[in-house]
Design a protein around this ligand. Structure first.
Ligand code: IPE
Ligand code: IPE
Ligand code: MG
Length: 243
């Protein structure tokens, strides 16, 4: 099936968010260490970004490391951080040449120093690019993000009457981005795992059994086709949508 051909170019989501899950299981299936799955997951990131650019998605958010992932074995955490630094260094020129602007959401202060500085460098170098924004959720959890937003609002003395949906959105890490129209999760798990709880309020959710390292361009297009078959109602009736 040529999924790309089936995509309606006039109904492409602006923002796609992905929970990249299943690296560990992918590796174990081949009798390898979990980290082998993380290494192989990088190719799926490249493929997703390529597919997103190809059809004109403007924001691609990838959940790369959650706040809760810090509780994994130290060896795995270190290997993931190491992979992150190396991947940023290795891919930076290509990202830049392709007009990709790199962004990050999450508690960057928790990242190891080299990770933090390479990320800052890459974000600064790509800051003027406008083709697509690649947003990495790193040391991110939605509850942490909401706590931070509330702390900040209180610190700045925001008046109770001024608190509404727009104000809250402005204090979140995602203030610069529209809400995702589509959220994809790989590996068969059907949960949100503390990802963009506020922003996913009206997103279409797409779950696939494909493990992250096996996710590719065709799988991305397939998810977009599925999204395009949905009727987004935002609380209205079907009849109101058709009119
Ligand atoms: C997703 O794959 C990557 C991260 C959470 C960093 P997992 O490592 O969660 O793989 P599974 O879910 O154990 O297979
Ligand atoms: C969610 O995956 C976090 C990332 C993909 C970075 P997890 O594998 O950590 O989530 P749970 O533990 O299965 O909910
Ligand atoms: Mg997992």
């Amino acid at each position: 099936m040529d999924w790309l051909e089936k995509i309606d170019k006039n109904n492409v989501p602006q923002h796609v968010a992905i929970i990249m899950d299943g690296n560990g299981r992918w590796a174990r299936k081949q009798g390898e260490e979990r980290i082998f799955g993380h290494f192989n997951g990088v190719e799926a990131v490249r493929a997703s970004l390529k597919a997103a650019r190809n059809i004109g998605v403007k924001f691609l958010t990838l959940y790369a490391f959650s706040t809760e992932n810090w509780n994994r074995p130290t060896q795995e955490v270190n290997a993931l951080m190491d992979l992150l630094v190396k991947t940023i260094v290795k891919e930076l020129e290509e990202l830049d040449n392709n007009g990709v602007r790199l962004r990050a959401i999450g508690d960057m202060s928790k990242l190891p120093e080299d990770c933090h500085s390479e990320l800052q460098h890459a974000m600064a170098q790509t800051a003027l690019n406008t083709e697509v924004e690649l947003i990495l959720a790193l040391s991110y959890s939605s509850r942490w993000e909401i706590e931070e937003a509330i702390r900040q609002m209180i610190t700045e003395g925001v008046a109770a009457n001024d608190v509404n949906s727009d104000t809250v959105s402005r204090y979140l890490q995602t203030a610069d981005f529209p809400d995702p129209e589509l959220m994809i999760r790989t590996s068969g798990e059907q949960r949100i795992s503390n990802f963009l709880l506020w922003q996913l309020a009206y997103s279409e959710l797409y779950f696939t059994d494909v493990l992250w390292p096996d996710f590719n361009e065709a799988e991305f297009y397939k998810a977009i086709c599925d999204y395009q078959s949905r009727e987004r109602r935002f609380g209205k009736t079907s009849e109101q949508i058709i009119v």
